[in-house]
Design a protein around this ligand. Structure first.
Ligand code: SF4
Ligand code: SF4
Length: 459
């Protein structure tokens, strides 16, 4: 890091704030982005749909969900192995909300906290107009954040319509109020204790670390030892002649989770790098480089290069790519109509003086396209005709329909005197207005009764 005229550029906090602003903007605007009525991501329980990359999938097509979950978990493993708790410090809504409330509202806007560089001193106990104002501002922002979260499950176009008739949408109102109340409690009362005691990610992340994982690390070789190997403080300022740490504790005062990074890697560290920025300022005045940096133990302890490409990261990278390819392939095979075929309880019916056999089925059609379509179907086996329905089935976009279908065939195909004959058949269903693009094939069976059965029925 370049230090000029006794001061060093503080880079992490500025970058983090820019990152927070971009992420907030993305999170807020994404639910409003639509192409042909489809969202980038929407898990709509209300209409039983998943929208992904501006394509909608019916709940019956949720074969994509395992891929999404695998991607999510592999992404977390990959990110944590490579960059430690980079998520916590740079992207987690909890951290962003705390920065907004503590640093922006309490410190910058209302002056309830006197110094942004000292996060150890909470505002004075008791009520004041400024405290009520801080609560009010955050409650408003919490309501927006809660709505933003819900928009990924109930899209904004429905959300705002539902809000106009709250008595008919009590569950939505309950969720909105509950999430808002939790965010107020979490950000004002729980604070970073959420990260330390509640968040499950904090508990599991350390097992994914290795010697090349990027973390916030105090350079003990340069700075000097403050704690012994059991974590007991030896002295607030190292005593060695070449030890560079001034013992100013700027890194401790600024830490939002109230830890001393000079003690080594700790579960409580959310990787916000506030301590690195604080030390950069202190050491910059002395014309030296920071003692706390974002690097790997391999680099800081052994002076080796950090190996970004190593077995674990490559393995996670390959698995992530495979899952992504799987998701894209599965997503591209989306069917614009769904068809489930069930046979009715009656196996067959002998008609026309034993010359004709009928089989009945229940077809469940669903138009999963965004346009209305007219559907019909044919049996790929030429001996079997469609007796009912005689007219195509018209379905609006998203509409379902249950139809009783009767197929018929000549009894001369009954092969055995004693046993029924099962003939595998294929149903080709299609949209008559888009036969090339919207077509599905389904296998089922047509049953011919035994010759004895036909004769018995005719007696
Ligand atoms: S020690 Fe504290 S200030 Fe430093 S990165 Fe960790 S949580 Fe942030
Ligand atoms: S800010 Fe730097 S110099 Fe000051 S106590 Fe922390 S590590 Fe030492």
């Amino acid at each position: 890091m370049a230090c000029t005229n006794g001061s060093c550029e503080v880079i992490y906090s500025k970058k983090r704030y820019i990152g927070y602003a971009i992420l907030t903007l993305i999170a807020l605007s994404l639910p409003f982005l639509r192409i042909d009525g489809k969202h980038f991501f929407l898990l709509n329980f209300d209409k039983k749909q998943l929208h992904l990359l501006f394509t909608s999938f019916d709940m019956q097509e949720l074969y994509l969900m395992p891929f999404l979950l695998i991607l999510l978990f592999l992404g977390i493993f990959f990110m944590t192995t490579l960059g430690g708790r980079v998520w916590c410090g740079w992207s987690c809504p909890q951290t962003i909300f705390r920065v907004i409330y503590r640093d922006l509202i309490e410190t910058k806007l209302l002056g309830l906290r006197k110094n942004i560089n000292n996060k150890q001193k909470d505002p004075k106990e008791g009520f004041s107009v400024k405290k009520i104002l801080a609560l009010f501002i955050w409650a408003l922002l919490a309501l927006i954040a809660a709505s933003n979260f819900i928009w990924y499950f109930i899209p904004p176009e429905d959300f705002f319509t539902y809000l106009q008739s709250p008595s008919e949408h009590k569950t939505l109102i309950g969720f909105l109020a509950g999430i808002t109340a939790f965010l107020i409690y979490d950000v004002i009362i729980l604070k970073e204790e959420f990260c330390v005691y509640i968040c499950p990610y904090a508990r599991v992340q350390s097992v994914m670390f290795d010697e090349d994982t990027i973390q916030t690390i105090y350079d003990e070789k340069r700075g000097g030892q403050i704690y012994d190997t059991h974590g007991n403080m030896i002295s607030t300022k190292p005593t060695g002649e070449s030890d560079e740490c001034t013992g100013c504790e700027a890194c401790v005062r600024i830490c939002p989770t109230h830890i001393d990074i000079r003690k080594g890697m700790q579960l409580e560290c959310i990787n916000c790098l506030e301590c690195a920025d604080a030390c950069t300022k202190v050491m910059g005045k002395l014309g030296k480089e920071t003692l706390i940096s974002w690097t790997s133990p391999n680099h800081i302890v052994r002076g080796d290069k950090t190996h970004y490409l190593r077995f674990r990261t490559i393995a996670y990278g390959v698995a992530l790519t495979l899952a992504l390819v799987g998701l894209l392939l599965m997503g591209s095979t989306k069917e614009h109509m769904l068809l489930n075929i069930n046979r009715t309880s009656q196996l067959y019916k002998v008609t026309d003086d034993g010359k004709n056999i009928e089989n009945a089925y229940t077809f469940l059609f669903q138009n999963t396209d965004s346009k209305d379509h007219t559907y019909y179907f044919e049996v790929t086996n030429g001996n079997i005709m469609v007796k009912k329905p005689s007219k195509p089935i018209i379905l609006k976009a998203g509409e379902k329909s249950k139809e009783v279908i009767i197929l018929s065939s000549s009894s001369s195909f009954s092969k055995s005197k004693m046993e029924d004959t099962l003939l595998p058949i294929q149903i080709k269903a299609y949209a008559t207005d888009s036969k090339e693009e919207i077509v599905v094939l389904r296998d089922t069976t047509f049953i011919y009764p035994s010759i004895n059965t036909i004769e018995t029925k005719l007696k």
